[in-house]
Design a protein around this ligand. Structure first.
Ligand code: SF4
Length: 340
C-alpha cells in the first residue's frame, strides 16, 4: 500500500475559512508543521519554489489549495453522466498519459473545494430539473477523488448525499486503493465505484505515484463486498510485446478476487494522444517509454478540429475482439459499456 499523500505546501483562499472543512484543513496542516499560506485566489498562487518548469510542475503536484467553488454551473460529462460534480481538481499521481496534463495546463496543483453544502444544493437543483429522469454525476472528471479522500472526506459525504436522492446517481473512477473509509458509507446502490486498471507493463512504466495493481484489485474486491455497483475502466489499452498475455492475466487475477456480482461494467479505451499532449508529456516525462510514433497511428478528427492519433483500424479491431472475448470468458454477466 502506498503512503497516503500529504502536501509539502498548502495555500488557502480566505473564503475557505467560512466553511467548517476549510477551517479544519488549515488547522490540520498547521499542526503538522506544513507551510500554510493565504492566497487571494487559486489563480494567484505564485512563488511556488522550483528553478525550471519541470521542478515547478513537480512541486505544484505536491501543493494543495483549499478553495471555494464559486461558479456553481456544473460542466457536462457526456456520455456516461449528465454532469461533473466539482469536488476537487488535480492529482498527485504522475501518470504519463494523464488527461489533466493538458486540461489543467499550468495549474497542476491539487485544489479541494470546501463549500460542499452549496455544491450539493446545486446538484439537487439539477436533479429536480430532470425529474422523473435519473441524473448521473461524475466525480472524477478533474481529479482522482479517492486519492485525496483521507484529506477531504468529501467523497464519503457525496456518496451519502447521493444515497438520499431517489433520482441522483454518482460515479467516479480511481487508481487508488485507500477505500476503507468509504466501505461503510450508506450508498443505497446509487454510486458506481470504478477502478482504473491496466496490464502490468502499463502500470509499471506509466503510472508512478498511484496504488500498485494488486492493491487496486484487492480494494475492488472490498468495494464489491460492500455492495457497491462496480466498474472497471481499462485505459489506456496499449499494444506492446506480450499485450494479450498481460491483459488476460489481469482479467484472470480480477476474477479470482471478485465475488459474484450482478452489476459489473467495463469501459475500454485504447491509447491515443494529441500533438499538444505529446509535447507536454515529452517535456514533463522526458524519458517516457510511451509509444507516440505518429507513423504508426491513424489520425482521427475530434471535436473542435483536434486530431487524435489512434491505433490503425486493423489493430483496433484486433484489440476490441480480444478484449471483448476475454472479458466475456472471465465475466460472462458483465456489461461492456463501450470500446473506443
Ligand atoms: S491517477 Fe488519474 S488523475 Fe491522477 S495522474 Fe493518474 S490518470 Fe491522472
Amino acid at each position: 500500500m502506498i503512503k497516503p499523500f500529504e502536501p509539502d505546501l498548502v495555500y488557502y483562499e480566505p473564503g475557505a475559512l467560512d466553511y467548517p472543512l476549510g477551517k479544519e484543513l488549515v488547522a490540520r496542516f498547521q499542526s503538522m508543521k506544513i507551510p500554510v499560506r493565504p492566497t487571494t485566489s487559486h489563480n494567484q498562487v505564485t512563488g511556488l519554489p522550483g528553478e525550471t518548469p519541470l521542478d515547478k510542475y513537480r512541486i505544484a503536484k505536491r501543493t494543495l489549495v483549499i478553495g471555494v467553488k464559486k461558479s456553481l454551473k456544473f460542466e457536462q460529462s457526456k456520455p456516461s453522466a449528465e454532469y461533473a460534480i466539482p469536488l476537487a481538481t488535480g492529482c498527485m499521481g504522475h501518470c504519463h498519459y494523464c488527461y489533466l496534463q493538458t486540461t489543467l495546463g499550468k495549474r497542476p496543483y491539487i485544489r479541494i473545494y470546501v463549500n460542499l453544502d452549496e455544491i450539493f444544493s446545486q446538484a439537487e437543483k439539477y436533479i429536480q430539473e430532470r425529474a422523473p429522469e435519473i441524473t448521473r454525476f461524475e466525480a472524477a472528471c478533474t481529479s482522482d477523488p479517492v486519492g485525496i479522500e483521507h484529506i477531504s472526506g468529501s467523497l464519503y459525504k457525496t456518496i451519502e448525499f447521493m444515497g438520499k436522492q431517489p433520482l441522483g446517481r454518482l460515479r467516479f473512477v480511481t487508481k487508488y486503493a485507500n477505500v476503507e473509509s468509504l466501505l461503510n458509507a450508506d450508498h443505497k446502490g446509487h454510486t458506481r465505484f470504478r477502478f482504473s486498471i491496466n496490464a502490468d507493463y502499463v502500470v509499471k512504466h506509466f503510472e508512478p505515484g498511484t496504488s500498485p495493481l494488486p492493491d487496486r484489485i484487492e480494494a475492488a474486491g472490498k468495494v464489491a463486498e460492500a455492495g457497491y455497483p462496480l466498474g472497471f475502466i481499462i485505459a489506456p489499452i496499449m499494444s506492446f510485446s506480450g499485450w494479450k498475455e498481460q491483459y488476460q492475466a489481469l482479467l484472470k487475477k480480477l476474477s479470482n478476487r471478485l465475488p459474484e456480482v450482478d452489476d459489473l461494467t467495463f469501459e475500454l479505451i485504447t491509447h491515443r494522444y494529441t500533438q499538444s499532449a505529446k509535447r507536454v508529456i515529452e517535456e514533463r516525462y522526458p524519458k517516457t517509454k510511451l509509444d507516440m510514433d505518429d507513423e504508426k497511428r491513424r489520425k482521427k478528427w475530434g471535436p473542435y478540429g483536434r486530431i487524435k492519433y489512434v491505433y490503425p483500424k486493423e489493430q483496433m479491431d484486433e484489440i476490441k475482439d480480444f478484449m471483448h472475448r476475454t472479458i466475456s470468458t472471465y465475466f460472462p454477466r458483465a456489461e461492456i459499456l463501450y470500446f473506443t
